[in-house]
Design a protein around this ligand. Structure first.
Ligand code: COA
Length: 194
């Protein structure tokens, strides 16, 4: 684990607006990133080739945010959960959609997953718009979510993309090449497929 990754991820999660629909605005402690987020990404990469990808602006080299393709904790089904979190100054540039498009390709080409799903707070219209642009369909509403210390509650919506739908609609030129992405583990830079 690179200590620099803890600082990058922690800095991102210290922005209340970024965390608004994630935790009600509460930051993530660095200890949770160091002891849970990064080790989980590393073990999933070792075992399944999935994990947390950090993204950098190709032009400036600045950290943009992350996209995560992870094995859900409580599911034995062949499915992967997609999530994304970007620094506020990187919003509205299509980057979440671009990076997620690339990871969905990874999911359906490099793993045997049958379904990629993503969930968010129902008021997080921006995030749902990304899911729609990825070709995901609304799959569930009113899903129970965690309650945070500051009273943030809500019931999530879930969107999904099934393997056969992805294959049917897949366009080889779907992802852009604005950014540079690398997996948190192992260290090094991995260019995402275009
Ligand atoms: C959700 C998030 C990743 C989106 O990143 P992004 O790079 O700005 O997303 P994109 O630019 O690819 O697409 C955003 C879409 O939402 C739309 N949008 C932006 N603000 C909006 C708003 N207030 N209401 C409705 N739609 C909005 C944009 O117009 C765009 O759609 P379009 O391309 O059809 O115009 C980013 O806002 C973020 O990191 N938020 C904090 C973390 C978070 O909430 N993560 C999701 C929780 S699971």
């Amino acid at each position: 684990m690179a200590p620099a990754d803890v600082a990058l991820l922690g800095g991102l999660d210290s922005d209340r607006e970024v965390m608004r629909f994630v935790s009600g605005g509460a930051p993530t402690p660095d200890s949770a990133i160091a002891d849970w987020v990064i080790p989980r990404s590393q073990s999933q990469f070792r075992e399944h080739g999935t994990g947390l990808w950090v993204a950098f602006d190709r032009r400036t080299g600045r950290f943009v945010g992350w996209v995560w393709l992870r094995l859900p904790r409580h599911s034995a089904l062949p499915e992967l959960e997609l999530s994304y979190r970007l620094r506020r100054e990187s919003w509205h540039r299509g980057l979440a959609t671009e990076a997620s498009t690339a990871l969905i390709r990874v999911a359906f080409i490099a793993t045997d997953t049958e379904r990629v799903f993503a969930s968010t707070h129902p008021d997080n219209v921006r995030s749902q718009r990304v899911m729609q642009k990825l070709g995901m369909r609304l799959a569930a509403e009113n899903l129970q979510r965690e309650q945070f210390d500051d009273g943030f509650t809500g019931r999530d919506v879930e969107y999904e993309l099934l393997r056969h739908d992805w294959h049917r609609n897949h366009r080889p030129t779907g992802a852009g090449t604005t950014g540079r992405h690398r997996l948190v583990s192992p260290p090094g830079t991995v260019e995402m497929p275009a």
